[in-house]
Design a protein around this ligand. Structure first.
Ligand SMILES: C[S@@+](CC[C@H](N)C(=O)[O-])C[C@H]1O[C@@H](n2cnc3c(N)ncnc32)[C@H](O)[C@@H]1O
Length: 247
């Protein structure tokens, strides 16, 4: 992913890691204040339900540890704090502006401490076998190396622990694929312009979903990273996939 001469965001798998990080940070720093609002509208109010579902699939034991990687504005970590009182929670992200929003929400919503860490999901700042589960929501489309992301998640999960990933997928069946195209390429940039004052970020969004591999291919990457019993389920007419694998 990169910025072209017109400052459009162009997904690409070529380029320096440092440059890619800069692009991602710039993008999410710009949209951080309006990120939650646009998510709720674009998902027709369903995104928190998907996160609850992903959290349930992680099967974190009482007293266990959870890593919400690419936590962004912290929604998964905050839901975990609300629902799993005895679990230790860490939310990690590359973009400080997103973490600032997460911290502020935590200050208002939960009494319990969540650890917020500025960390790259492709080189996690945690020892091996640390967590009972790692969850990522809407992360993988934004990293240049999905395989590397899973290898790192597998490394920091304890043996027997779970890696859960929630991502948007492009529906393959007609006429849904056309409807989705119209909705996503039509509505998302409009909302981006009106609410985030950033049309480019919300043109990047449908482009990145369009380029994301089909669920079966993602599951293969998870297996190659060392996960077993990999499965996935589709939500929202096949536009959202929740993957689960065990170390
Ligand atoms: C679409 S947001 C998802 C936020 C959140 N997980 C949610 O449930 O809405 C993507 C997030 O991934 C973060 N991100 C992208 N690449 C990353 C990386 N390599 N390591 C850690 N975070 C990353 C971005 O900073 C951004 O906050």
């Amino acid at each position: 992913m990169d910025l072209d001469d017109n400052h459009q965001i162009v997904p690409s798998h070529i380029g320096q890691n440092a440059a890619q990080k800069r692009t991602i940070r710039t993008l999410f720093t710009r949209i951080a204040p309006s990120y939650d609002r646009i998510n709720r509208i674009l998902s027709l109010g369903q995104d928190q339900n998907w996160r609850k579902h992903a959290l349930a699939r992680a099967q974190i034991p009482s007293g266990g540890k959870l890593l919400d990687i690419a936590t962004g504005t912290g929604d998964v970590a905050l839901l975990a704090a609300e629902r799993l009182p005895a679990v230790q929670i860490v939310g990690a992200d590359l973009t400080l502006a997103m973490l600032d929003v997460a911290r502020e929400k935590a200050r208002k919503q939960v009494a319990r401490r969540i650890g917020w860490v500025n960390s790259d999901g492709l080189a996690l700042a945690f020892p091996s076998d640390t967590f009972d589960a790692v969850i990522s929501v809407f992360m993988l489309r934004n990293v240049p190396d999905m395989s590397r992301a899973f290898v790192e998640q597998v490394r920091v999960v304890r043996p027997g622990g779970r890696v859960v990933c929630l991502e948007m997928t492009w529906p393959r069946r007609f006429p849904l694929t056309w409807f989705f195209w119209l909705y996503f390429f039509g509505v998302a940039p409009l909302l981006g312009q009106l609410i985030a004052k950033n049309r480019a970020a919300y043109i990047y969004l449908p482009q990145s979903v369009r380029q994301f591999p089909a669920p079966a291919a993602t599951a293969k990457v998870m297996e190659a990273a060392g996960l077993r019993e990999v499965s996935w389920e589709l939500k929202m007419l096949g536009t959202v996939a929740i993957f689960v694998g065990m170390k």
